[in-house]
Design a protein around this ligand. Structure first.
Ligand code: NAI
Ligand SMILES: N[C@@H](CC=O)C(=O)O
Ligand code: NA
Length: 438
């Protein structure tokens, strides 16, 4: 058997500890599958005394993770710390410069510095693999990079954040509140170190920017992702959406339009009966539309120890087998600078919820205001008709589903309703996404 692939792991949290467990449990099988063993030589984490339920006897402990990049007895550094800057970035750069392969689960790092790091890896002839960074255990990076190369990709629609999908599902099925469910997701090891990255849509945007680069052969362009999180979604919205036949999901979408690729992350109403509407809990899914393959949907667990470590192991196994590919679908110097079409020309139907003042003629005045703004209404639900007020202050919850209109018009309508004498407060507006999902 050829000599071992000698690895150093930085970070022994949810993901790092999961990787050590798989190496211990399946070391012999992996050695046979790869033609050589994957040998854990050294590790580094913040606390050397913590019990992680893993056996590190015979493994060197480095208090400084940078020592892994310098060590002569290490061929590959697995960066499982996290963060787009600081020690994670320094470690990955140093390891690549030292001619070592790198495997990382760090989507923030790849989203911000992926193109430059890919250039560095290619100059040194080493691998930079990051399967765990996008949609956890789903082999989507491998699918995009290796299996769909014969396709011109038209769009990607993803549920890319396990924490958000878990929260939305729990809110729907149990009626529990947001903060309570977020705490569960943290306890289960799903959430980022800063959970506002999850609920604010930033984590999904990191993953989307990476997928868009793989899909369209462009540089990773995180700065141009339109990002909205799920913080504004209430149990009321989820219940109304259900009444209209929709689920509420945080979607991550990259699609070709005239003038380039639009990348957007936002909550959306998704029609029940479509593949993405059925994705629940910590599960992620990616729906790809390619000109030859047509629609393809991959679904699996997007976060947590087992699924994420499984993806890291797939990267390690590829490198042990000698499969060293450019990190993105094209060599880094051939990645095109992305065109950046404006989001405000994007069109969809919208869900619009607000409190209408309960007086004769208020609905007529509101619908007239929408008609004047050229927005037509497909469906209306108004609570508290026949004189039954929904709240004691004379305000009635109303939901409109609009026909297709563009973002710019909807922004104007929202502002107009916020100022309208028959509307209390600012309306809730959520996009409806149905075209490409069936
Ligand atoms: N938890 C999950 O479900 C997933 C996590 N990821 C990514 O994997 C990476 C790791 O995430 P988790 O394991 O969840 O994080 P974690 O917080 O559980 O573990 C982080 C580890 O890094 C170590 N660390 C932090 N600063 C360090 C430093 N300066 N020097 C040495 N070690 C240091 C900590 O001691 C800890 O062992 C992140 O990039 C995350 O975004 C990716 C997919 C899923
Ligand atoms: N915090 C992330 C972890 C995986 O990438 C998520 O919830 O999806
Ligand atoms: Na993955």
């Amino acid at each position: 058997m050829t000599k071992a692939l000698r690895i150093g792991i930085a970070g022994l949290g949810t993901v790092g500890a999961g990787v050590v467990k798989i190496l211990a449990a399946r070391g012999d099988y992996l050695a046979a599958a790869c033609g050589r063993p994957i040998e854990l030589v050294a590790v580094s984490a913040r606390n050397s005394n913590k019990d992680r339920g893993i056996d590190l006897s015979g493994v060197r402990w480095e208090s400084d993770p940078m020592a892994l990049a310098r060590a002569d007895d290490i061929d590959l550094v697995a960066e499982l710390i996290g963060g787009s800057e600081g020690v994670a970035r320094e470690l990955v750069e140093a390891a690549l410069k030292a001619g070592k392969h790198v495997v990382t689960a760090n989507k923030a790092l790849i989203a911000h510095h992926g193109t430059a790091l890919a250039r560095l890896a290619e100059e040194k002839g080493v691998a930079l693999n990051y399967e765990a960074a996008v949609a956890g255990g789903i082999p989507i990076v491998k699918t995009m990079r290796e299996s769909l190369a014969g396709n011109e990709i038209r769009s990607i629609h993803g549920i890319l954040n396990g924490t958000c999908n878990y929260i939305l599902t729990e809110m729907e099925t149990t009626g529990r509140d947001f903060a309570d469910v977020l705490k569960d997701a943290q306890d289960l090891g799903y959430a980022e170190a800063d959970p506002t990255f999850d609920v604010g849509g930033i984590d999904a945007a990191h993953k989307l920017a990476i997928l868009a680069s793989l899909a369209f052969g462009t540089e990773v362009d995180f700065a141009n992702v339109h990002i909205e999180g799920i913080e504004k979604i209430s149990a009321t919205d989820i219940a109304f959406a259900r009444e209209f036949g929709f689920k509420v999901k945080l979607l991550a979408i990259a699609e070709k339009v005239d003038g380039g690729v639009v990348q957007r992350v936002h909550p959306a109403l998704v029609p029940e009966g479509t593949p993405l509407a059925a994705v629940s809990g910590v599960y992620n899914a990616v729906a790809v539309d390619g000109d030859r393959v047509g629609h393809l949907v991959l679904e699996g667990r997007g976060a947590g120890e087992g699924p994420t470590a499984s993806a890291v192991l797939s990267d390690l196994a590829d490198i042990a087998r000698g499969l060293i590919l450019p990190p993105f679908i094209l060599p880094a110097k051939k990645l095109k600078a992305p065109a950046k079409p404006a989001m405000d020309t994007h069109k969809s139907s919208f869900y619009l919820r607000f409190l209408a003042v309960d007086r004769a003629g208020s609905m007529a005045a509101i619908t007239q205001a929408l008609a004047q703004a050229s927005v037509s209404i497909e469906r209306i639900v108004q609570r508290g008709e026949a004189g039954k007020k929904a709240s004691g202050d004379g305000r009635l919850p109303v939901v409109f589903i609009t026909h297709e209109t563009d973002e710019g018009t909807m922004a104007r309508v929202r502002a107009l309703l916020a100022e309208h004498e028959d509307v209390a407060g600012t309306p809730q507006v959520v996009r409806i996404e149905d075209g490409e999902l069936r």
